[in-house]
Design a protein around this ligand. Sequence first.
Ligand code: SF4
Ligand code: SF4
Length: 249
Amino acid sequence: MSHSASTRVQEFIGDPFADESLLPQEKLEEIFTDIQSDMRFDHELNGCLNCGICTATCPAAHYYDFSPREIVQLLWTENLDGIYDAMQEKIWACAQCYTCAARCPFGNSPGGLIMIMRETAIKHGMESAKNVLRPFSRVMLKLISTGNQLSPDMINPEHFADWGPNISKVDAPLKLLRKAIPMPTLNTTETAWEVNLKTSVELYTIWEETGVLDQLETVDENLFDVILDIMDEKREDWEDWQDEQDDDD
Ligand code: SF4
Ligand code: SF4
């Protein structure tokens, strides 16, 4: 049977009879090699009975079209197309709770393997990674600029419009609540707590050296540029502070 002329349906959902992969074979192999060569891989995957205990205990599997057993099987059988396909959506359903790792009779960590696949998706700049991480860009910006992941001021419908209707239920007197917490550093709603300049600068070095910032550049170049500016500013502030101390001595 010939399938050379594609129908409108095939254009949207693909041709189930087509032999071609979603990506060239070399690219699929490159992605799998990156996953497999991660130093955690051999520790997280020892074999797989296909028993499904991981899926039976997985909270995400109850709510999504997602099965850790399926992901582990794809990796164990080196199903390159299936691995790539799972990286488009399914791997992002995992809640990283590691219940699966505690239950697997083989000592596998499906959650750990999924973490490696996610990092690989980021490294390859996959669209799925960009889409999933986009809503977290303001959290990342807050983390880099203040050393805090989330401040009370951010918990409002404006910041989290895309996080569903529940965020609009947060209508607490934040300033009053903050004052009620008897620590002077918490008398603010702009930061969760104060992080000193030296710690911030040290964190930048860690993020640079461990490749976190390279990953950020791959998934969100604009945010990467903004964050570089913030880091430069903070480093200058830190140097100025050190110079001031030297002058005082
Ligand atoms: S770590 Fe992920 S795959 Fe494992 S049980 Fe939790 S949600 Fe499921
Ligand atoms: S990963 Fe472990 S629990 Fe899950 S199907 Fe394989 S052997 Fe069973």
